[in-house]
Design a protein around this ligand. Sequence first.
Ligand SMILES: O=C(O)[C@@H](O)[C@@H](O)[C@H](O)[C@H](O)CO
Ligand SMILES: [Mg+2]
Length: 403
Amino acid sequence: MPKITSAKTIVTCPGRNFVTLKIETSDGVTGVGDATLNGRELAVASYLDDHVIPCLIGRDAHQIEDIWQYLHRGAYWRRGPVTMSAIAAVDMALWDIKGKIAGLPVYQLLGGACRTGVMVYGHANGQTIEETVERAREYVQAGYRAVRLQSGVPGLKAAYGVSKDKFFYEPADADLPTETVWSSEAYMRVAPELFAAARQALGWDVHLLHDVHHRLTPIEAGRLGRDLEPYRPFWMEDPTPAENQARFRLIRQHTTTPIAVGEVFNSIWDCKQLIEEQLIDYIRATVVHAGGLTHLRRIASFADLYGVRTGCHGATDLSPVTMAAALHFDISVPNFGVQEYMRHTPETDAVFPHAYRFQDGMLHPGEAPGLGVDIDEAEAARHPYRRAYLPVARLADGTMHDW
Ligand SMILES: O=C(O)[C@@H](O)[C@@H](O)[C@H](O)[C@H](O)CO
Ligand SMILES: [Mg+2]
């Protein structure tokens, strides 16, 4: 059996920080896992280096479930984004190793393909509605079947999801958190106008998505959902903070606009009530922050009981290792919805060579054994860590709000 002989974390910053776990076995087979937690990267690297890796050495790399249970139960202190991202990285690397030894792409080990490819959505954004719709048109012309729309808000210097760069979006932009000012009132006026303009320009054959990014109260979210209904959004994402899952009952009472939640979740307990009360339509939890493929499959199976579909997070702060692992998950689950695909920069892709390819609005994980992604350590070493924080948001009167 392939024993784990060594493991290490690799921190690199090709334009933004990534933490990668690399595990080596007695067979000489290696596997990689993403351990990136935007703005808190070194916490996960330390959790792995100082607390997890010593416990891995000598274990049977094939025992993915037992190692998962050992790291989850054995820590005593359970859950949380740092812990579950570290466990996720181990899980991804062990599935990578298992696939390489079996000579099969991981999706074949997960039950095989349930679809020909994985529908993805791109990110159209702009300072104005016109700019955003123009970007969306470019995504449609590039073959995307689904596009997220995020525009600036008149009167606000910055709005979530609006990038200075036309194609790439990276919110962790400063050595200390950038302070932004938010107005829900101004935002709630412009979002329906954005969707009206987009439907007018693009028609009905493209899925349009939107990320509220945790910023509204439940009743405001109910109002926004109702205002968007004429434009049939594919989903309204993160309408309100989800620590209290019961908050979503009020939104559900007021709108049929589909709801997606979960990119900040790290375990099934964060979404159990949302799913069993059918308060959401898509679960956004992803491989790197929700305990890896092993735990994410449990969440997807539970969601399937209630007709909730997957819609995994796929922002640039999730490395190509997560994107590769997510595609093996996406193509193999029965209740797949859509996969976010915020493309990485060429600089990042050079550090993480990968097999997945975009074609006709879809990604496919490829047929390489394992996850089909690796880390070029020499290239990674060229990009030293650089501290970066996500922004924070305050209201005009200084009250802390949700970014
Ligand atoms: O839906 C999304 O992609 C966003 O919510 C992310 O861009 C999110 O802001 C970042 O992943 C935070 O690091
Ligand atoms: Mg989001």
